[in-house]
Design a binder for this molecule. Structure first.
Ligand code: CMX
Length: 145
């Protein structure tokens, strides 16, 4: 799969603003984006630490995955996301190696990344996300149609 780096660490929090203040005050980090991802039933806040982001996750729905997680386990590290180059091939590869895929095809996540989750029951208890940034970047060549 050859991930290029840890894209982000997702942290489930009860109150986004309180946790944003913690990272800003204690670490001197700047929250550069707050975004609601309706499909995932979360509001997210992002900090950049080197190449890796901290993604704070506050639930927007009592039936959502982050709400259920906090109910069962309390606040804490919710998932780890690896940046990959070809997410479709990575999903095929993971399935061939016995990983239970929550998403068989990528979906859109925060910051317009293509994302897919592996079930924690098949990954030693860690919810793993793989993600790919397929958004056009300035100066990037696009394929001719
Ligand atoms: N990490 C590790 N284990 C987890 C987990 C997590 N984040 N979330 C749930 N589990 C465990 C539970 O503790 C439970 O274990 P036990 O059976 O031993 O009690 C088991 O998985 C089932 O949990 P559940 O509460 O019954 O929840 P569901 O099965 O309904 O859903 C999961 C679990 C992982 C399939 C679901 O949360 C999911 O699809 N997650 C992917 C999407 C997501 O998390 N989105 C939020 C973030 C979005 C973003 O980053 O933008």
């Amino acid at each position: 799969m050859n991930p290029t780096h840890i894209e982000h660490i997702g942290i489930a929090v009860r109150d986004l603003e309180t946790s944003v203040r913690f990272y800003e005050k204690v670490f001197g980090l700047k929250c550069y984006n707050i975004e609601e991802v309706a499909e995932q039933k979360v509001r997210t806040a992002f900090f950049l630490v080197g190449e890796t982001k901290i993604e704070l996750l506050e639930s927007t729905d009592p039936g959502g995955p982050v709400s259920k997680y906090i109910e069962k386990r309390g606040e804490g590290i919710h998932h780890i996301a690896f940046a990959v180059k070809d997410i479709d091939k990575c999903l095929e590869h993971a399935e061939e190696h016995g990983v239970v895929l929550i998403d068989k095809v990528p979906r859109k996540g925060a910051e317009k990344l293509d994302i897919a989750f592996f079930h924690p029951k098949s990954t030693s208890g860690v919810l793993i996300e793989i993600c790919e940034d397929r958004n056009d970047k300035p100066g990037q060549l696009t394929e001719e149609k």
